[in-house]
Design a protein around this ligand. Structure first.
Ligand SMILES: Nc1ncnc2c1ncn2[C@@H]1O[C@H](COP(=O)(O)OP(=O)(O)OP(=O)(O)O)[C@@H](O)[C@H]1O
Ligand SMILES: [Mg+2]
Length: 359
């Protein structure tokens, strides 16, 4: 899929801009603070409903101005869809092909944007939240019922946590243990299946990017010992959960990590190596999305040149371009040798929140 048009209103320093985008490489150049990352953020928001650089959506809104509005036209092999996302009075609403009652998850299902940005090393060395979010984004696009099932799980989890805090009796807790367990089992199986396929795509990429670290492997921890159903683990953990006032087993405790023969812990990776791992993860997700859906997601790549050496910049860009995906790439400057080797289909100059195409 690719975006043919992206309109941005009142996002950070962008007041109102309309971009006509091409398939393949779209390049955004401009000085620090010009608004380049904000353009990628706009595309990412349409696919995720949240930003990659803040959890607090109020920071996205251009200071003091409402509403924040995003609009995109997305073309797939078979159809063109019109996507709208609006934030007003602290609430997000979605519009899909003119239907203002569309659910946010319908919008996200219609638009797949993966992103690599200077903070992406956190996928390797940051908290488990980011890794679960990354995994679940992938599973969401593979498993139709994922979002609804996850809502059911979260509701049950909130309920159980509230009961733990109220020191509720065993009988009442057992009901919610069962509900959590039923909601969790298919989701855990979907995550596991995704991880198996993800690993097959990822390991060859890692071996290519980081041969100096020896063989790579991926380890997935589902959040409880899957040899038994979740309700058994919850029953066993109940005394501890009561003490802590929250649920210590379940999907919300899942995590995954990468290890290398010569770097068993992520603490032994340099920042650049963490970034290369994160790029490999993003690419593996692109390949897997394509294998399942038969088309590429859009790739947003922020600040190519930060902390990657010239050889790795070229290798990453080559791999991205070979994927055939639409790429939205930003930089304060791009080395002329790279531009010559990978000529962009469209090039834009960004300055103080204004975007103009360079011909
Ligand atoms: N809520 C907001 N309202 C208005 N302006 C904002 C808001 N949030 C951020 N800005 C400003 O918007 C601009 C957007 O920055 P952005 O991160 O998109 O720039 P950039 O071109 O990616 O810069 P860099 O090269 O430094 O990464 C910055 O000048 C920032 O100060
Ligand atoms: Mg930036």
């Amino acid at each position: 899929m690719h975006l043919t048009e992206l309109r941005i209103q009142n996002l950070r320093n962008i007041e109102a801009e309309q971009l006509d985008l091409a398939p393949g490489l779209n390049l955004f150049l401009g000085a620090n603070g010009a608004g380049k990352t904000s353009i990628l953020e706009a595309a990412y928001l349409l696919s995720h409903g949240g930003s990659f650089r803040t959890h607090q959506s109020e920071h996205l809104q251009r200071r003091g101005v409402e509403p924040l509005a995003l609009f995109a036209q997305v073309r797939t092999d078979s159809l063109t869809r019109r996507l709208g996302l609006l934030r007003q009075d602290g609430r997000w609403t979605a519009k899909l092909d003119g239907d203002g009652s569309a659910k946010l998850t319908d919008l996200f299902a219609a638009c797949a944007v993966v992103c690599f940005e200077p903070g992406s090393h956190a996928l390797i060395s940051g908290s488990a939240d980011g890794r679960r979010g990354f995994l679940d984004w992938g599973v969401f696009h593979v498993e139709q019922d994922f979002a609804a099932r996850m809502r059911r799980y979260r509701r049950a989890l909130r309920q159980r946590n509230a009961l733990l805090k109220q020191a509720a009796g065993d009988e009442e807790l057992s009901i919610w243990d069962e509900e959590l367990s039923q909601a969790a089992e298919p989701l855990a199986a979907a995550r596991e299946a995704y991880m198996v396929r993800f690993e097959c795509e990822l390991i060859p990429l890692l071996d290519g990017y980081l041969p100096e670290l020896g063989g790579a492997s991926l380890r997935f921890r589902p959040g409880w010992n899957r040899a038994a159903p979740l309700h058994e683990a919850l029953k066993e953990a109940r005394p501890r959960d009561r003490m802590l006032g929250h649920t210590t087993r379940g999907l919300h405790r899942a995590d995954w990590n990468l290890t290398f023969a010569r770097a068993p812990s992520h603490e032994q990776l340099s920042r650049g190596q963490e970034k290369l791992c994160a790029i490999a993860c993003m690419l593996a997700q692109v390949l897997l999305y394509r294998a399942v859906r038969g088309e590429n997601p859009v790739i947003a790549f922020d600040d190519l040149c930060s902390e990657l050496d010239a050889a790795h910049q070229a290798a990453a860009l080559e791999e991205l371009i070979e994927s055939g995906a639409q790429i939205l790439l930003t930089g304060t400057e791009i080395p002329p040798a790279l531009l010559e080797r990978f000529p962009p289909r469209r090039m834009f100059h960004v300055e103080q929140g204004r975007v103009r195409e360079v011909v």
